[in-house]
Design a protein around this ligand. Structure first.
Ligand code: FE2
Length: 310
């Protein structure tokens, strides 16, 4: 006789961002890496995915770079249901070795970078409220799976992420050598600002030259944003300048409004080369005293680098 499996959470109670008991419980138990309890998604969660996905399709057609569009079709995402990470990984892993790995929430900086170095992408499994699609208090599965993961199907982009993870290891090695607590903290804070700014202006909000002379988005924050995707590519209010390290690492950013400034890469080779340059500058000490300001670096992020075993 088949045994009934006991579920501690009733089906359909929902995995809504900031409102999911399953996530709260995992966090209070100190569990960062979790399963995706698929049966917990409510009909409203699927509705949110459906509405988010369908309204992005025409925008992706016009403003997403070609690799992203190829990635969306390679992953065979279901436009009508929140995806199962195991299904996504079936298509993703053979292409670049990357996989989406479910997490309960915020991943301290070094752990995040070290995960991507190992081709595992920390992935949020909750989804925003279906009745507030444009309100996103924290990243959700739509941002992570529909915004980030399609880019991970591209070999050069995937290599760039891995390279970024290697830079984080180099940074941890360098700061762990510094004698003197105060100098160590100040240097690490600066290096982390520089890395976060580079990640923000490329992986999250990067634009790239298109074949027609215009620009296309490859940054995941743009590719998952109904309002900002078109704005970033076409609005005369947005500033668009060639990607350049000197500026990027010293430019602070704020997250709660459309960006006033975007950096345009030539191609994916260009982005990859810039990560090499980031590491070169790191080793030369050029990231050790960048312009202060956002983003704030919290103590969990600092500790993650200082306690990293490398
Ligand atoms: Fe993101």
């Amino acid at each position: 006789m088949a045994q009934l499996k006991e579920h501690r959470h009733p089906a359909g109670e929902g995995l809504t961002t900031t409102e999911a008991p399953f996530i709260e419980e995992a966090k209070s138990n100190g569990q960062l890496y979790i399963e995706q309890p698929y049966e917990l998604y409510s009909e409203q969660n699927h509705q949110a995915w459906r509405d988010l996905y369908h309204r992005m399709v025409p925008l992706w057609d016009q403003y997403a770079n070609d690799q992203f569009k190829q990635g969306i079709s390679a992953l065979c995402l279901d436009p009508n249901q929140v995806p199962r990470l195991s299904d996504v990984n079936k298509f993703l892993a053979p292409l670049t070795g990357f996989s989406a790995k479910a997490v309960s929430g915020y991943v301290p900086a070094f752990l995040f970078f070290d995960c991507i170095r190992q081709r595992e992408f920390p992935t949020t499994i909750t989804i925003r409220r279906y009745d507030k699609l444009d309100y996103l208090p924290e990243p959700d599965i739509f941002h992570d799976i529909a915004g980030h993961v399609p880019m991970h199907t591209d070999k050069r982009f995937a290599d760039t992420l891995v390279r970024f993870g290697e830079v984080a290891r180099t940074a941890a090695e360098i700061v762990q050598e510094i004698k003197g607590k105060r100098e160590q903290t100040e240097t690490l804070t600066s290096i982390m600002k520089a890395m976060a700014r580079f990640f923000w202006f490329t992986i999250e909000f990067g634009l790239m030259k298109g074949k027609d002379g215009g620009v296309r988005a490859y940054g995941s924050g743009l590719l998952s944003s109904f309002g900002e995707l078109q704005y970033s590519c076409t609005s005369p209010k947005a500033q668009r300048y060639p990607l350049q390290m000197e500026w990027v690492i010293n430019q602070y950013f704020e997250i709660y409004h459309y960006q006033p400034l975007y950096f345009v890469a030539e191609d994916f080779e260009h982005v990859f080369e810039q990560v090499d340059l980031l590491e070169k500058w790191l080793k030369e000490g050029k990231l050790s005293n960048v312009q202060p300001g956002e983003p704030a670096i919290n103590r969990h992020d600092l500790k993650s680098f200082l306690n990293a075993s490398i």
